[in-house]
Design a protein around this ligand. Structure first.
Ligand SMILES: NC(=O)C1=CN([C@@H]2O[C@H](COP(=O)(O)OP(=O)(O)OC[C@H]3O[C@@H](n4cnc5c(N)ncnc54)[C@H](O)[C@@H]3O)[C@@H](O)[C@H]2O)C=CC1
Ligand SMILES: CC(C)CC(=O)C(=O)O
Length: 366
C-alpha cells in the first residue's frame, strides 16, 4: 500500500502507528483534518484480517468524522483510531493505558471516545493516562456511553427521513428492518417499538437477536436476508459498506436511515439509491448524536444542553433534503457540501494572522 498516496487522496493530515509489545497494542490513529479544532473520533477495536484493512478503515472513518463534526456545527476536526485485535479476547488494562499515553503524546490534536468494540470501562483506563478522552464514566462528571444518545439521534433522523418519503413523520405501523442489534440499535428498537413500529431484526450474534425478539416482539431473520425484507425502512446499524452493488437491487424499502458509519460502499451507490427513489439519510448526520453528546464534555457536561443539540438532527436532515432538491443532487452530496462549506469558511477566516502564543514566531525572538 502506498500510504502517502492514500493520504493525499483526501488530504489526511497525520497517521500515527502505535505499538506496545508488552500489552499487544497495535493501534492506528488517523487525524484527517483539524481546521475546525482538535480531531475527535472514537476508537474501534476489531479483528482486522490484514494491516491494510485496518489502515483503510481508520482513514475512511477518520474522514467521516471530519464531515460529521462539521455538519453538526461542532468546533472539532475529524479523526478516528482502530486497534487491531479481538475485543472479546485481546483487551487488557496495559493496552488501554499504553494507548492513552500515545494520545497524550499528541498533546490535544486528537481526542478519543467509544466506537465498535470499546466501552466506557476502556475509556476510563485511557483516562488514567490522558485527559484527551471523552465518553468516560458519569462518576467523573462525564457523559458515559454515547450509544443511547446516538440511538435517539438516529430515531429523530429516521422520522425526518420518513417525513420526506411519506409526508408524515409518524413511524407507527411502519416496518423497520434493523441490521445489527448492538449498543445503538437496541435502544433505537426501543424508541421504534414504543412508537408502534414493527421490527425485523438480524445480527451475527444470536443472543442479541433473541433479546430484541423477546423485548419488542421483533421478527428475526438471517443476516443475508435483511436487505430483501418487505419493509418501509432499512436501518443499517452494524458495519459499513453495506449499500453496494449486491444489496441495492434487493432493497424494497423507501428509506435508508440507520446509525452505521460509511454505509455507502462507494459514492456512486448514493447516486443509485437516488435513482431508485430511495430516501437516504446521510450516515454522518443521522448518527451524530453520540459525538454531539461526548463533545459537550469539553464544556463541562450538561445533559440538557447536549440533548437539545441532538434534537437539531431532525432539522439538519430536513435541510439536507431541501438542498438536494434545490440543487438537483443526491442527499449524500448535499450533506458533504454542507460540511465542506463550513470547513472552507473557517479555513478562510484563519488566513488572518493571530499570534498563538505557542512555538517560535518572529515576535518571540526579542
Ligand atoms: N456507538 C455509538 O455511539 C456510535 C456508533 N456508530 C456506528 O453505528 C454502528 C453500530 O455501533 P454500535 O451499536 O456501537 O456497535 P455494536 O458493536 O454494539 O453493535 C453492532 C452489532 O452489529 C452486529 N453485526 C456485525 N456485523 C454484522 C453483520 N454482518 N450482520 C448483522 N449484524 C452484524 C454485531 O454482532 C453487533 O451486535 C457502527 O457502524 C458504529 O460505527 C456511529 C456513531 C456513534
Ligand atoms: C462514538 C462517538 C462518540 C464518536 C464516533 O467515533 C462516531 O460518531 O463515529
Amino acid at each position: 500500500m502506498e500510504i502517502f498516496k492514500k493520504m493525499e487522496e483526501h488530504d489526511y493530515e497525520q497517521l500515527v502507528f502505535c505499538q506496545d509489545k508488552n500489552s499487544g497494542l497495535k493501534a492506528i490513529i488517523c487525524i484527517h483534518d483539524t481546521t475546525l479544532g482538535p480531531a475527535l473520533g472514537g476508537t474501534r477495536m476489531w479483528n482486522y484480517e490484514t494491516e491494510e484493512e485496518a489502515i483503510e478503515d481508520a482513514i475512511r472513518l477518520g474522514r467521516g468524522m471530519t464531515y460529521k463534526n462539521a455538519a453538526a456545527g461542532l468546533n472539532l476536526g475529524g479523526g478516528k483510531t482502530v486497534i487491531i485485535g479481538d475485543p472479546l479476547k485481546d483487551k487488557n488494562e496495559e493496552m488501554f493505558r499504553a494507548f492513552g499515553r500515545f494520545i497524550q503524546g499528541l498533546n490535544g490534536r486528537y481526542i478519543t471516545a467509544e466506537d465498535v468494540g470499546t466501552t466506557v470501562a476502556d475509556m476510563d483506563m485511557i483516562h488514567e493516562e490522558t485527559d484527551f478522552v471523552t465518553g468516560i464514566s458519569p462518576a467523573f462528571g462525564s457523559s458515559g456511553n454515547p450509544s443511547p444518545v446516538t440511538a435517539y439521534g438516529a430515531y429523530i433522523g429516521m422520522k425526518a427521513a420518513a417525513m420526506e418519503a411519506y409526508g408524515d413523520d409518524s413511524l407507527e405501523g411502519k416496518t423497520v428492518a434493523v441490521q445489527g442489534v448492538g449498543n445503538v440499535a437496541y435502544p433505537l428498537c426501543e424508541y421504534l417499538h414504543k412508537e408502534g413500529a414493527k421490527l425485523i431484526v438480524t445480527d451475527i450474534n444470536k443472543e442479541a437477536v433473541q433479546r430484541a425478539v423477546d423485548a419488542f416482539g421483533a421478527t428475526a431473520v438471517e443476516p443475508g436476508e435483511i436487505y430483501s425484507q418487505d419493509a418501509d425502512i432499512f436501518a443499517p446499524c452494524a458495519m459499513g459498506a453495506i449499500i453496494n452493488d449486491e444489496t441495492i437491487p434487493q432493497l424494497k424499502v423507501k428509506v435508508v436511515a440507520g446509525s452505521a458509519n460509511n454505509q455507502l460502499k462507494e459514492e456512486r451507490h448514493g447516486d443509485e439509491l437516488e435513482a431508485r427513489g430511495i430516501v437516504y439519510a446521510p450516515d454522518f448526520v443521522i448518527n451524530s448524536g453520540g459525538v454531539i453528546n461526548v463533545a459537550d464534555e469539553l464544556y463541562g457536561y450538561n445533559n440538557e444542553r447536549a440533548m437539545k443539540r441532538v434534537e437539531t438532527i431532525y432539522d439538519s436532515i430536513t435541510r439536507i433534503f431541501e438542498i438536494a432538491k434545490r440543487d438537483g443532487i443526491p442527499s449524500y452530496i448535499a450533506a458533504e457540501r454542507m460540511a465542506e462549506e463550513r470547513i472552507e469558511r473557517v479555513r478562510n477566516s484563519r488566513s488572518q494572522f493571530l499570534r498563538s502564543g505557542h512555538g517560535h514566531d518572529i515576535l518571540s525572538r526579542r
